[in-house]
Structures are given as C-alpha cells and as structure tokens.
Design a protein around this ligand. Structure first.
Ligand code: TXA
Ligand code: MG
Length: 357
C-alpha cells in the first residue's frame, strides 16, 4: 500500500487535505493525524472491519480497546449509555483537551473497538487538525497512538512514517504534538472517578474539578499476578526502545557517579551506552550518547521530549540507556509511569552503591 503523506498547518488546515482524510475514513481506511497529545491512527470507530485494520497495522493485541474521538460534545450521546454528574464536571473542565473518559457503552459501539468490554473510552481532542478531520468524516474516530505496538508513541509525523508507512492509507503531518504524552484516562463508569493512565491533566487538576479521585494502584508499580491495570493496554510492554533501559534513583551526585562507573565498565566490554539526562545534569556524564530531556524546572518540557528521545536512542544504536528519575507528583506521575514501562520497571538505587532497587 502506498501511504499518502500531506501537510496540514494547525493554524489553517488545508481544506483539500482534510477532505481527503475524511473520505478515506468514511470508506473504511486508516489515517494518522496529529492531536495535542500524540499522533493517532484513525479509523471508523463504528465499523468492525476498520477497527480490525487498526489492530493489524499496529500489531496490537485484540483485547486492548481503542479510544473513540469526537469533534463535538453532542456526539457523546450516540456512543455512551450514561453520563454521571462527575463525568459532566470533568467534561466541563477539560474538554476539548487531553482527557479521555471511560463510560458505559451504547450498543452501536462494536466489540472490536472495546475489546469486548462493556465500557467505551471517549476523547474530545482540542487539536484543530484532529477536530477538522473528525468533523469532516462525521464519525466517531477510533484512534490509538499511531506507533507499532510496544514502541514509544509518535510525537512527529516522521515517527508515524517510520513505524507505519506502507501499512496505512494516509499520514496528515501537522507538526509536533504539543504535550508529547498520551491523554489522562479516567474511568467515570463507577461511583468514584478513577485514573487509569496519568497524563497532562494531573490528579491535582482532576481533584479541583470533581473532588476526590482514585488512582489505579498499578500505575506506578509493577503489575503482578492479580494486580492488573484496569486499562487493558497498560499491562503490555510499552514505550520500549531496543536498548535496555535502567532507571537510576538517588541524589544528583550519587546518580552521576553510579552511572559513570557502570557505563565505563560496560563500554570497556564493548557495549554502547546512553544516558537520558536533563539540562541541569547532562555535563556530569561520560557515555556514548548523553541526551537531555530538558529542564527539571519544566516538567512539561521533559514530558514532551520523552518519546522523541527514546526513539533517538534507538536511532543511535544504544545497547543500554541509563535514565534519571523525576518526582511522582503533578505531571511527574505521567512521566514516571511511562519511564517505568520503558524500563520494564528495572531500577538501580545509586545511594546503595548501585544495587538493584
Ligand atoms: O492521547 C491519547 O489518548 C492518544 C491520542 C491519539 O488520542 N491515544 C491513545 O490511544 O493513547 P491508545 O490506544 O494508545 O491507548 C488507549 C488506552 C489503552 O491503554 C487502553 O487499554 C485504554 O486506553 N482503554 C481503552 N478503552 C478502555 C476501556 N473501555 N476501559 C479501560 N481502558 C480502556
Ligand atoms: Mg498507545
């Protein structure tokens, strides 16, 4: 399959590009497009066959449900059975934007989209290109992140091309995705809203809008046995570059000393070693590649550079990457959730002479 790649300026999306994308979606094809979080791989969310194509193109396990994207709040009524008062408050506060809500699903939503669950995840993105495409298609658009399953989510059209060119009909290039981490997912199908995946809309922001919210305990620790994440997709290996990633905890000095010591020994043994550092610390390391995620003072900058940087380590051919960690509050919760998954929960305590944590 030849994949069409077309640019759409978010300030003035080209009408012809939007028309073409909508036509492909209506005909059952697949279009990748930018959102304010990451690039999505869109298909008709009410069409079993289109949803099946999405799973195939990504190599995604079929029990991992999709998010349906809408372009107007009024479209919600067609795809969900019930909207709780808490859900309404969250929609008023954060839609359109990087928040996905999980509702009891309406019958019209096919099983393929929800992986057989009785609930459906819905997002109303704010990105003008995403909204224009969804509006023109006139459908709820199922759109997982537009990466090959298991890889870091794409924050640039070039990432989508690298993973999916030849497998999908069209890629709409609207420049860099602003947030760079996927949306916050909150389940509003029960009594108390529960965060299933942390994102740009933080726990603190949700609490301000709706009172208390629960957090799926599997978000920050390794899921084992019955301790399974409630968002089915969160149980799979994810965001993983080819290199083995290790998180290193401890004071700035201890982390630098620990990483430099390990890296020196491994480089002597012929391994290629990367360090994922920050603007404040990058000077402290000796390794084959030291990449900064941005300033520790600006967690949103760290979040928006994370997936791009993980992909860059792949491109540079690292065997192993040591990564600094961040506080788990605010936006840090989303960053640490993705970092833990990228590292498969491998961590070292630098204060204890590099013991495995
Ligand atoms: O920011 C985003 O949310 C991006 C952009 C493209 O909108 N999309 C995205 O989709 O991240 P995806 O498919 O990569 O991640 C969807 C997550 C998965 O972990 C999935 O298990 C969970 O949402 N999910 C979907 N439907 C669900 C449901 N009914 N109940 C619980 N979790 C659900
Ligand atoms: Mg994904």
């Amino acid at each position: 399959m030849k994949t069409i790649v077309a640019k759409a300026d978010p300030a003035h999306p080209d009408a012809e590009v939007i028309r073409k994308a909508a036509e492909i979606l209506r005909a059952g094809g697949l279009v990748a497009f930018p959102t304010e979080t990451v690039y999505g791989l869109g298909g008709n969310g009410l069409d079993d066959a289109a949803c099946k194509k999405i799973y195939l193109a990504k190599g995604r396990p079929s029990d991992n449900p999709l998010i349906l994207h809408i372009s107007e709040r009024e479209e919600l009524g067609k795809i969900v059975r019930e909207v709780s008062p808490a859900a309404k408050k969250l929609m008023d506060a954060f839609w359109p934007g990087p928040l996905t809500l999980v509702f009891p699903k309406a019958d019209i939503v096919p099983e393929k989209a929800t992986g057989g669950l009785d609930t459906v995840a819905v997002r109303f993105p704010s990105h003008p290109v995403a909204r224009a495409i969804i509006r023109a298609a006139g459908l709820p658009v199922a759109a997982p992140s537009a990466n090959s399953s298991g890889k870091p989510s794409p924050t640039r059209a070039s990432h989508v091309e690298f993973d999916l060119a030849g497998k999908i009909d069209m890629i709409v290039d609207g420049g860099a995705a602003e947030w760079g981490l996927e949306s916050t997912i909150v389940d509003v199908s029960g009594d108390i809203p529960m965060i299933l995946r942390p994102g740009a809309v933080t726990k603190e922001m949700l609490e301000e809008a709706v009172g208390s919210v629960a957090v799926d305990p599997a978000i920050l620790s390794k899921p084992e046995g019955d301790f399974r994440p409630k968002a089915p997709g969160m149980k799979y290996t994810h965001y993983a570059p080819k290199a083995e990633v290790w998180l290193v905890r401890g004071s700035r000095e201890a982390v630098a000393a620990c990483i430099n010591r390990l890296a020196e020994a491994e480089r002597k043994a012929g391994k290629v070693i990367g360090v994922m550092a920050t603007a404040e610390t990058e000077e402290l390391y000796n390794a084959d590649a030291v990449l900064s995620l941005g300033s520790r003072e600006k967690l949103e900058e760290i979040g928006s550079n994370l997936f791009k940087t993980l992909r860059k380590f792949d491109f540079l051919g690292m065997d192993k990457v040591y990564a600094e960690v961040f506080p788990e509050e605010g936006e840090g919760m989303a960053i640490m959730n993705r970092l833990n998954k990228a590292a498969g929960y491998r961590a070292i305590d630098a204060e204890k002479k590099g013991e495995k944590a």
